[in-house]
Every structure is written in C-alpha cells, then in structure tokens.
Ligand binder design. Structure first.
Ligand SMILES: Cc1ncc(COP(=O)(O)O)c(C=O)c1O
Length: 251
C-alpha cells in the first residue's frame, strides 16, 4: 500500500470500500498514479470531469477569477454568477436558476420548491414526491428517501416521510400513485446509477401529461444525463417536453 493510502486509512472513513490506486495528476483523458503508470480515465470522477483533467481553458478561467474575486456568498450580485445563470436559462429554455452546492442539494432544493409550490396552491396535504424504483437522486436524507434503492436507505431510518416509488416504465402504476397529495413526480429521463435505462419517449410524455392533468409538478433529475451528454444540452430536449423543475450538475 502506498504511503498516501496508509495515511488515508487512518483518517478517512471507509465508506466506499478498498481504493486500489493513488492518483497524483491527470492530463485530458489520462490519469497518472504514484508509480507513474498512466490510465485511460473512463470514470471522469463519477461523470464530473467531462472536459478532462488539467483542461487549459478551465484552469485559466478558474485562476483568472480567483485572482480577482473569490467568493461573496449569495447575499450579493456578481457578474460571473449572472452570466452563468443567463447561459443556463438560454440553453434550458427555463425561467430561472437556483445555485446549489452539489448534486444532491440541487435535488433537495427541487423537492423543497415542489412542496412549497404544492402547499401554496393546494394546502398542507400536497407534499408527496413520487419517484421510480431503482432511481438515484442523492444521499442527503430527503434525496435518499426519493432514491428507489432500499439497500442504500438501510441503516439510515427514519427517512423523511412523503416519498413513494413506482416501477419505471409503467404508466398505470404512475397514474395510480399520482393524486392530489402529490407535489411532484421526480425522474431521470435516462436512469443512470441504478443501471442505465433510457425510458421511452412515450412513457416520459405520458408522465408529463399525467402531471399536467393533476396539477403535479414534473422534476427531471438531469444530474447525470444533462449538460450535453445526450446530444442536446438537456435530456428532456430529446423528447420535446419541458419539466417544471430540473436539476443539473456534473459538468
Ligand atoms: C441522477 C443523479 N442524481 C443525483 C445524484 C447525486 O449526486 P451526489 O450524491 O454526488 O450528490 C447523482 C450522482 O451520481 C445522480 O446520478
């Protein structure tokens, strides 16, 4: 075991099992370990490093910005923040942006927004969130409750209430679950972490129609499928539908 791995096993919690390599640098699609061995990076930091390691344009943009203004909190305006929001609004054709600090908190914010909207319009009983079996929406308590994978939820009980899952691709099961207590349906257009399944355009469009008919919001979790990965900027644009809320990250 390398010196770094030894130190790591003392001070970092072992939540992901054995970690077989220690990487020291990267260049584009290549990673280099502490023995100088080169690897083709097919993981991209769990689909985060989409433009490669040590990308010169990203390195320069980050260094230039940090040299001028590092962080001001969300209590103030800054031009780069507005510029990014304008780009996201233009590309997504949605109305406004909320910046979160990670992928799961983007979904957490989507759930809170849906509950707030549902309860403002229909009263305190409209809070339920329906998602799909085998979906993955994150590891915070609420996003874990929305994640349809009981093995990942085990040992963290009790999870927040008001989350139900139905089998993906089954519009009758979805129709049965969506009633006036449901604030939002949450789904990945292409299921990712739970095993890659692209849902059919008909299914996703039928879910959109069900939401429209029942006054339920549609949240699309585009954390893994969005940001250009399907050819369009966002996965729902392949299907010609629009979500009410969408979460994006990993870019
Ligand atoms: C579709 C989807 N949503 C949400 C997340 C949550 O990301 P994290 O647990 O890293 O915050 C992921 C992570 O892989 C994801 O694939």
């Amino acid at each position: 075991m390398s010196h770094v791995a030894d130190r790591s096993s003392v001070v970092i919690m072992d939540t992901y099992g054995p970690r077989p390599r220690t990487f020291v640098s990267g260049d584009g699609v290549r990673l280099f370990d502490d023995n100088g061995k080169s690897y083709l990076d097919c993981l991209g930091g769990l689909a985060v490093v989409a433009v490669g390691h040590a990308n010169p344009a990203v390195t320069k943009a980050v260094a230039d910005q940090v040299a001028v203004l590092t962080h001001t909190s969300n209590l103030f305006h800054t031009e780069p923040q507005v510029e990014l929001a304008e780009k996201l609004v233009a590309l997504s054709e949605m109305d406004r942006v909320f910046f979160a600090n990670c992928r799961a908190t983007a979904n957490e914010a989507a759930i809170k927004l849906a509950r707030r909207y549902g309860q403002a319009r229909s009263g305190p009983d409209r809070y339920r969130i329906v998602s799909l079996n085998d979906s993955f929406h994150g590891r915070t308590l609420a996003t874990l409750a929305a994640t349809g994978q009981p093995a990942k939820q085990a040992t963290f009980a009790p999870l927040p209430v008001g989350f139900d899952q139905v089998p993906g691709g089954d519009i009758d099961a979805m129709a049965e679950a969506v009633d006036e207590s449901v604030a939002a349906v949450m789904l990945e257009v292409i299921q990712g972490e739970g095993g890659v399944i692209p849902w059919s355009a008909d299914y996703v469009r039928d879910v959109r129609s069900l939401c429209d008919e029942s006054g339920t919001l549609l949240i699309i979790d585009d954390v893994q499928a969005g940001m250009g990965r399907t050819g369009n900027w966002f996965s729902w644009q392949d299907l010609n539908i629009e979500p009410d809320i969408a979460s994006v990250a990993k870019a």
